[in-house]
Design a protein around this ligand. Structure first.
Ligand SMILES: N[C@@H](CCC(=O)N[C@@H](CS)C(=O)NCC(=O)O)C(=O)O
Length: 190
């Protein structure tokens, strides 16, 4: 949805709030996408795009402005490099969250420890990169980095990522000021 706002397409999308968790099938989601995960975008012509990258790529194809996913050259691979780490970090946090939802006796501590250690590596990597983030380069990589920090605040408030990641801390303040970020703030509907 941040990409939809950034590209001026948010009004063209009908949103449906859904709950997707790894341990339960949501029949409403599976009806559209067999993977049963969100986000999913159903196009008017019947094509169904599963996952945020495909959806952002599609939205990016609909506007004539600066692309969130550069089409070619070094800037494309830089963007995908950044997105890969931020998106990978989000996946690690989702696995970790899944474990923390289990009763303590059923948690896989090895898996948790491995996710936490890799999440730390990702944060260090992102913090280094955030020193070079600029508005002109704002794309799917920065969007995903912003989302992952929002998710950390939402689900893991005890993780003080700001303390040891100064560049990310300063950059995240700017990210939160973007209209696209303000329009899509996380809503806790539990
Ligand atoms: N990297 C994927 C992540 C998608 C994802 O993991 N979505 C979660 C909700 S935040 C989900 O659907 N979880 C249910 C599941 O994994 O079965 C993307 O950006 O689309």
């Amino acid at each position: 949805m941040i990409a939809a706002h950034e590209t001026g397409l948010s009004e063209k999308i009908t949103t449906v709030r859904s709950v997707a968790v790894r341990t339960r099938i949501n029949p409403d989601i599976v009806r559209d996408s067999p993977v049963g995960r969100i986000p999913v975008l159903v196009l008017d012509g019947g094509i169904v795009l599963s996952g945020s990258f495909a959806i952002c790529d599609y939205l990016d194809s609909l506007h004539g402005g600066r692309k969130l996913i550069p089409l070619q050259g070094e800037s494309r691979w830089r963007e995908l490099e950044l997105h890969g780490v931020a998106d990978g970090l989000l996946d690690l946090l989702l696995i970790w969250r899944g474990e923390t939802m289990k009763p303590e006796s059923q948690r896989n501590t090895e898996l948790c420890d491995s996710c936490i250690a890799r999440a730390r590596h990702c944060l260090i990597w992102l913090d280094e990169r955030a020193g070079e983030f600029s508005d002109e380069d704002f794309g799917i990589g920065q969007i995903t980095a912003g989302i992952v920090l929002d998710y950390l605040d939402f689900r893991f408030p005890e993780v003080d990522w700001r303390a040891s990641n100064r560049n990310l801390r300063e950059w995240h303040k700017l990210f939160c000021k973007r209209p696209s970020s303000k329009a899509t703030e996380i809503v806790n509907d539990e």
